[in-house]
Design a protein around this ligand. Sequence first.
Ligand SMILES: Nc1nc(O)c(N)c(N[C@@H]2O[C@H](COP(=O)(O)O)[C@@H](O)[C@H]2O)n1
Ligand SMILES: [Zn+2]
Length: 360
Amino acid sequence: MTLNFDQQMMQHCLQLARQALGKTAPNPLVGCVIIQDKKIIGEGFHPGAGQPHAEVFALRNAGEQAQGATVYVNLEPCNHFGRTPPCTEALIQAQVAKVVVGMVDPNPLVSGTGIQRLKEAGIEVIVGVEEQACQSLNEAFIHRILHHQPWGILKYAMTLDGKIATTTGHSSWVTGTEARQKVHQLRVACDAVIVGGNTVRRDNPWLTTHEAGEPNPLRVVMSRTLNLPKAAHLWDTQDVKTLVITEEGVNPDFQQFLQNKGVEVAELSPLTPAQVMAYLYERQFLSVLWECGGNLAANAIADGSIHKILAFIAPKIIGGKIAPSPVGDLGFTLMTEALSLERITWGSVGCDFWIESYLS
Ligand SMILES: Nc1nc(O)c(N)c(N[C@@H]2O[C@H](COP(=O)(O)O)[C@@H](O)[C@H]2O)n1
Ligand SMILES: [Zn+2]
């Protein structure tokens, strides 16, 4: 499908915005392009909370040429004083002629008032160009602002017969290198990656992004018992931070051992996925990647901590009755109780397959 000029410029905004993947929480990913006579005269993106918005960088880049120009931005310009002043006023002051907006800002502090302010100032405003793509890029921001909870993604890799490890617990590796690279890219876009104690004991994972660049998400371990190995890779905090969350008063000696290693320890009682999500919301996180085993995944699904699932399927068979599966018991006995997933997309990566879907 060929894109018209407006769509192409909006796609360019999205491309600019992606340069800050994983760095903007709790703020959205925003890119901005300024056009005169169908030529780009300024562009910019929002690099992170506390820093100027995309529109301001693009206006600075365009300078005086912004007068009479058309501005493309994937999110409605803000109209409030937050950490930074309103972009609407900067656009009005620069005397731009037209603003093309990808989507309305769901933030109640903005929510249509940015568009209204620009129109009142005599600026032509068009809304909804490449809207679906704009919403998709900022799905975590939209969810966080509307539901006061980070966006939760469950990722797992399983064999064609639905197993995530052999009966002895061996799981390295279910998928090939290309799928693992895709996972590292996904980690770059997330603010935290969570596993349970079983995964630390079984896989001794690094949970880094080394095959996809920076930034690394905060590595989070949920453990009620702190029955964890002293030699885990996750306690190497030189380059990447780790947070262990346990319940109140559990194993103070091990907590001290972790803190001496530079690992942050927090206590939450009761320790549930929903509590952890609430805690990470308070810490300004946008998106959380659950890379846990089946039991924790089932609890996280059941208590509303998962909103999207990315499953990798390797064309391999393990067999066996007790080999672990990606999602533990959800208590369903009838097929009619099964969770129905929506908005399914799929594809292949290397020799494996992936399916992405949303929980309703
Ligand atoms: N249109 C637009 N461009 C950007 O670059 C943005 N970061 C935003 N963010 C909106 O403003 C809120 C944050 O404001 P402060 O950074 O605290 O000033 C954020 O919640 C969005 O609603 N919008
Ligand atoms: Zn702004």
